[in-house]
Design a protein around this ligand. Structure first.
Ligand SMILES: [Ca+2]
Length: 291
């Protein structure tokens, strides 16, 4: 699988489930805090059982509000709270709400393998009484990819990476977080979270393959250039040797005609070359002179 959707993949049974985890982070603006997993999923207890939510151990419906909510119906659905406010869920929509003590609601995506991931997200206020909420996307529990304030009912903001995505290693998390926002109160912070993630196939392998091909081509081209260079140098040396042999041959012929055998013998003794005569074998006298 190379595509994931928070909505389509939503699990009513398991947490974590495949690449998704539902949980919370501590109070305050510590969006890089430790993730605590929610422990149980409950349906709305009154007349809206189609809406369910994952909560922590200390939370049930309409207590601390901290949770990840889900509309099980394939149609839009309006939930009326015990008070007069309403929450407008989209079909199979996932929503997040921070806690009354300021804890963050968190959906975590954990990368299944190394690669470039394209993130495509939209966060929307769906509480009729919405004021301010903070939305954050945090990479690897360290780097803030996006941070924005939603203000007022139906306010909606989107974040998308470039088509090249972002490089993520296997098992690194990307957290999608909703906090109480600039008003610093938790009322009416229900925020719809559409999160779609796409892994670009072969992005990690492509540079490696290209690099290998480039290296091999480099070696081949270098070998060809070295071969051409040495071939050129060898030819040049052969030409110089042939020219030298010709000069020596002409010179020897001329000198041998002009010198007597006795003088030649004396010259060889003076040059102290006669001791190597046995090694020289059948070489001509001209060869002995230039040896
Ligand atoms: Ca708020």
């Amino acid at each position: 699988m190379t595509k994931w959707s928070l909505s389509s993949d939503f699990s009513l049974i398991h947490n974590p489930s495949s690449v998704w985890s539902y949980g919370s982070k501590p109070t305050g603006y510590h969006v890089t805090g430790t993730l605590s997993l929610f422990t149980h999923l409950d349906p709305e207890p009154n007349d809206y059982g189609e809406i369910v939510a994952w909560f922590g151990r200390d939370t049930i419906w309409y207590t601390h509000w901290l949770g990840v909510y889900y509309n099980t119906k394939p149609t839009d659905f309006i939930l009326k709270e015990p008070n007069t406010s309403t929450v407008a869920f989209t079909a199979n929509g996932v929503a997040m709400h921070p806690g009354d003590d300021g804890r963050f609601s968190v959906v975590r995506f954990t990368a299944p393998k190394d690669g470039n991931y394209v993130l495509d997200t939209t966060f929307t206020h769906i509480h009729s009484c919405a004021r301010h909420s903070g939305v954050y996307i945090i990479y690897n529990n360290l780097m803030t990819l996006w941070e924005i304030d939603l203000a007022g009912p139906k306010d909606s903001r989107s974040f998308k990476t470039t088509d090249k995505g972002i490089a993520v290693r296997a098992n690194e998390p990307i957290d999608f977080i909703v906090g109480v926002g600039l008003d610093n109160v938790f009322y009416c912070d229900m925020t719809l979270a559409r999160v779609d993630i796409h892994l670009l196939e072969n992005q990690a392998e492509a540079p490696v393959i290209a690099g290998s091909i480039g290296f091999i081509l480099g070696v081949i081209i270098s070998a060809i250039l070295f071969h051409i260079f040495f071939q050129y140098r060898e030819n040049k040396q052969n030409i110089n040797i042939n020219q030298s042999d010709m000069r020596l041959s002409t010179k020897c012929s001329y000198e041998l005609k002009m010198i007597s055998p006795i003088d030649l013998f004396l010259i060889l003794i003076m040059k102290n070359r006669v001791k190597n005569y046995s090694l020289i074998g059948n070489r001509s006298l001209c060869d002995l002179l230039i040896y």
